[in-house]
Design a protein around this ligand. Structure first.
Ligand code: AR6
Length: 181
């Protein structure tokens, strides 16, 4: 049985076996929770990301500025690195989809949670902290992001004992609380 807990706060202050990062395909850092994780976790995380990235296939994706990403992690996938100076053993980087008004990308968002838990199982992580993937810069409506996150974790078979959603603001926290009821 996996226990789901909700916490309001900064995920970089959490203690867990694995902390999930809402990364982008380049794995080279960014804003939001990604920026915070690299800042607080220190350069060891980026060094690991660079190594991992070198082993990935070329992505056809382009960054928001239009530059080709080069080698990249596909949306919906997850990979693990060291957690550097964070109070965790691993950071699991997953790439959420940008929200789209034209196309339903919910399956990709669900995949982020499922794949992160699969990687956590492979690592032997028992406690995993997740942010609200795609619910910031990637524009996913909070209520729908919370619904997908909670439902996917509840439906995924995993040996992870505790999934902790660490929600930055009150609105996001309330959306998750509503779906956990
Ligand atoms: N702790 C917990 N949650 C946080 C923190 C934090 N320290 N900081 C932000 N959040 P976002 P995305 C919340 O934008 O939407 C990056 O540039 C935030 O309020 O971090 O998946 C990446 O490199 C929101 O609820 O991730 C990608 O390019 C949630 O975390 C892109 O942003 C996710 O917001 C990914 O966008």
């Amino acid at each position: 049985m996996t226990t789901i807990r909700l916490v309001q706060g900064d995920i970089t202050q959490e203690s867990a076996d694995a902390i999930v990062n809402a990364a982008n395909s380049s794995l080279l850092g960014g804003g939001g929770v990604d920026g915070a994780i690299h800042r607080r976790g220190g350069p060891a995380i980026l060094a690991d990301c660079r190594k991992l990235r070198a082993s990935l296939p070329h992505s056809r994706l382009r960054s928001s500025g239009g530059t080709p990403i080069g080698k990249g992690l596909a949306t919906g996938r997850a990979v693990a690195t060291t957690a550097g100076e964070l109070d965790a053993r691993w950071v699991i980087h997953t790439v959420g989809p940008r929200h789209s008004g034209e196309e339903d990308r919910s399956a990709l968002l669900a995949s982020c949670y499922r794949e992160s838990l699969r990687v956590a199982d492979e690592l032997g992580a028992r406690t995993v902290a997740f942010p609200a993937v795609s619910a910031g810069i990637y524009g996913w409506p909070i209520d729908d992001a919370a619904r997908i996150a909670v439902a996917t974790v509840q439906e995924t078979r995993t040996v992870v004992e505790e999934v902790r959603f660490v929600l930055f603001d009150d609105r996001t926290y309330r959306a998750f609380a509503q779906h956990l009821r």
